[in-house]
Design a protein around this ligand. Structure first.
Ligand SMILES: [Zn+2]
Ligand SMILES: [Zn+2]
Ligand SMILES: [Zn+2]
Length: 264
């Protein structure tokens, strides 16, 4: 592929809300659905280009997600925020350290790094060369402004998740915005002219820290990406029935789905 037409691909490792679907102890229609697209692990994606994979968030199901999707190597990890459903699989990254034979960069805001340090401080320590390492070997990278991974620009998109500031990311003509209940006015500027927008849409009912389907449709309509895929989906939304009711160009994503966009 030439420099001009190299694309950006996004793979959904997980599209479920923090409890996952099926949810423990729930036997509703969606939690017992035979449709594999109604089985949703916790929210994470791989963004790929030039045969390089970048992992966005590390869910409690990271190992199962990577095995299921043949993700054999990653270049770096990028975090949206430090809620448990987005970080608790970070220890599994040690497999990628072992395969690479070296450290892996972890990009996050200072606030997110402070939480990662509380749970996974050991993973950011320089390993003792005399000891065999059975833990991750991670390098802290602070997100303050747009940054590059493997030669491609990542633009952080400030979002609000309830009161909490979190980040979405734009890479080429693709943007991933999970865990959002409000998009600040300045951030709409960063979301212009997209091929693919991935946006939080939890359920029909309003929620304090996530877009409802109605709010997500409203934001997606204003952003006007060629296609919009919704993620962080709760058990109230059955895949097929919800998709039938969504406007053209918008749909629920499912675990294992891939979409691609131009690089700019
Ligand atoms: Zn979440
Ligand atoms: Zn249920
Ligand atoms: Zn969250």
């Amino acid at each position: 592929m030439s420099e001009a037409d190299r694309g950006i691909e996004l793979l959904f490792l997980g599209t479920g809300t923090s409890a996952g679907v099926p949810m423990i102890g729930c036997h509703c229609e969606v939690c017992t659905s035979p449709d594999p697209r109604d089985r949703r692990s916790r929210p994470s994606v791989i963004i790929s280009y030039d045969n390089k994979n970048v992992l966005v968030d590390t869910t409690p199901e990271l190992r199962l997600q990577c095995v299921a999707n043949n993700v054999d190597m990653i270049e770096a990890v990028v975090f949206t925020h430090a809620h448990a459903d987005h970080i608790m699989g970070l220890d599994d990254v040690r497999r990628f350290n072992a395969i690479k034979g070296g450290p892996i960069d972890v990009w996050a805001t200072e606030r997110t790094h402070a939480s990662l340090d509380r749970c996974f401080g050991y993973a950011f320590k320089e390993p003792d060369p005399a000891m065999k390492v059975f833990r991750p070997h991670l390098v802290k990278r602070n997100i303050e402004e747009p940054f590059d991974i493997a030669g491609v620009r990542w633009t952080p998109i400030p979002l609000l998740h309830g009161e909490m500031p979190v980040l979405g990311f734009r890479v080429g003509k693709l943007a991933y915005c999970t865990d959002v209940s409000r998009i600040p006015e300045e951030s709409f500027e960063l979301l212009k002219d997209l091929d693919v927008l991935v946006l939080d849409a939890l359920q029909y009912k309003r929620h304090t820290t996530h877009f409802s389907v109605e709010e997500a449709i409203e934001a997606a309509t204003r952003i006007g990406a060629k296609q919009t895929l919704f993620t962080h989906i709760a058990h109230a939304l059955g895949h097929q029935a919800t998709n039938k009711a969504l406007p053209a160009g918008m749909r629920l994503a499912y675990d294992g789905e891939r979409v691609s966009a131009k690089s700019e």
